[in-house]
Design a protein around this ligand. Structure first.
Ligand code: NAP
Length: 420
């Protein structure tokens, strides 16, 4: 007579361990933001025992092994400029829009993944049924949302619920923390440069924040596509770092202290700003080797740099922008735009096809995640504080289910857990 194995679900398991494949505890550990404690991440991110999200048709539950730190965790914690609780009606919000992990449960109709698959997750949610999702531009889907920011069930928890289409194969050569760190910024940079700005071989591209989360991928994508990236950074170490990722030159922005735009500037401040902007432009000419501006400016800094970006772009240049860390209200001299026929292009994350293409570049080792910091589960709030203070560079991840850094797959992970 064969023995039937009874798999009883534990109430909850400690962070850094997991039950048998597919067995679900009753509750999970995860970081929750609540409206009443919105503020800086060390105040707003609190680890709680939370219910595990129900899996609906077309969705999967993923056991999170590691989760990436992104700026939208900072925005979600602060509740500014928009509260996440004005975007969804749940009483708590689990932040996090990047993860690597193991598929733990699949909903009705899921065909692309199965329990046990090792995956990374991209953060674009769409309806999958409208004309935009089926042959059009999926980012135009009326139900397009960013998982973990506009939805309440992000990655800084033991389990996360995602649409099956969000799962992509985890590159086997990467550790959990490397794999959980890159999707949001890499895929955003891919869409910005390749599809929105239509970058071509030979283009000169100015990359603000060249050593930052988006920047490290912008530099690598430029090199991969035969374009020439000029990185902007804020210290000596980052200059070498940017060059190691393929930048043909790098500019230390501290040498141009008057370049940033500040609201309500005086005429004197404006004159100084234009002087520093022109000097910055000459530095670009030196790197390019001729008196021309960048064909593309890769923007996400916003208010303080945008007037310079519009001024500096070459004739017919494109300023592609996906964010505004320093402020959303942009003030610039529009004459530079029309006289030299420049374009401003908005861009937002990436659709599933773009995500899959960029993920292949990572699988083929043509783009690397550039992980520079790995934090523990307990350090998740502090990791976000460091990001807000601009103390990080490259990509950054936090361990969630992984018992330690350096593990690449389920077998290695179980071996470490079993040895404890
Ligand atoms: N819409 C989307 O889909 C999307 C996706 C990803 C990110 N974003 C947004 O894009 C922004 C950047 O994200 P990230 O992940 O790259 O952040 P990050 O890792 O913090 O990097 C940003 C970089 O910008 C530079 N920077 C910061 N303040 C600056 C200033 N005042 N002037 C010039 N440069 C400055 C810093 O480099 P240096 O100090 O070395 O110059 C920093 O490394 C955030 O606002 C984020 O929300 C949007």
């Amino acid at each position: 007579m064969s023995e039937t194995k009874v798999r009883t679900a534990p109430a909850i398991v400690p962070v850094g361990s997991m039950p048998e494949l597919g067995v679900l505890p009753e509750r999970m550990h995860g970081y929750a933001i609540r409206r009443e404690r919105e503020g800086d991440p060390t105040k707003s991110f609190v680890s709680e025992e939370l219910p595990i999200p129900e899996v609906r048709p077309g969705e999967v539950l993923v056991q999170v092994m590691a989760a990436g730190v992104n700026y939208n965790g900072v925005w979600a914690g602060r509740g500014k400029p928009v509260s996440v609780f004005d975007m969804h009606k749940d009483p708590f919000h689990v932040p996090g829009s990047d993860a690597s992990g193991i598929v733990w449960k699949v909903g009705v109709g899921v065909q692309n993944v199965k329990v046990g698959d090792e995956v990374i997750i991209h953060c674009n949610i769409t309806c999958g049924q409208c004309v935009f999702c089926n042959g059009g531009e999926p980012m135009a889907c009326r139900q397009q949302k960013i998982w973990g920011y506009e939805t309440p069930d992000g990655s800084f928890a033991q389990y996360t619920r995602v649409q099956a289409q969000q799962c992509l194969p985890k590159p086997t050569h990467l550790t959990w923390e490397e794999a959980g760190s890159y999707a949001l910024t890499c895929f955003t940079a891919w869409r910005m440069l390749v599809n929105r700005a239509e970058m071509k071989a030979g283009d000169d591209v100015l990359v603000w924040g060249g050593a930052g989360g988006l920047g490290v991928f912008a530099l690598q994508i430029c090199k991969l596509m035969g374009a020439r990236a000029i990185a902007v950074v804020s210290n000596e170490d980052k200059i070498e770092f940017a060059k190691s990722l393929g930048a043909v030159g790098a500019i230390d922005r501290r040498q141009f202290p008057n370049l940033p735009y500040k609201p309500n500037e005086t005429e004197e401040q404006k004159a100084l700003r234009l002087k520093d902007t022109k000097a910055f432009g000459q530095k670009i000419w030196e790197i390019i080797g001729e008196k021309k501006g960048p064909d593309i400016v890769f923007e996400h800094v916003g208010q303080s740099t945008f007037p310079a970006s519009v001024f500096l772009a070459n004739r017919f240049g494109r300023i592609v922008i996906c964010g505004a860390t320093t402020g959303f209200e942009l003030n610039f001299d529009v004459r530079h735009l029309w006289m030299h026929q420049k374009s401003i292009i908005g861009s937002h994350f990436a659709h599933a096809g773009e995500c899959a293409t960029a993920n292949k570049m990572i699988q083929q080792k043509r783009i690397t995640p550039v992980l520079t910091n790995t934090f523990s589960y307990a350090e998740i709030p502090e990791a976000h504080e460091k990001m807000a203070r601009n103390e990080l560079h490259g990509t950054v991840a936090c361990l969630v289910g992984a018992p330690r850094a350096g593990l690449r797959n389920t077998a290695e992970t179980l071996a470490v857990m079993g040895a404890r």
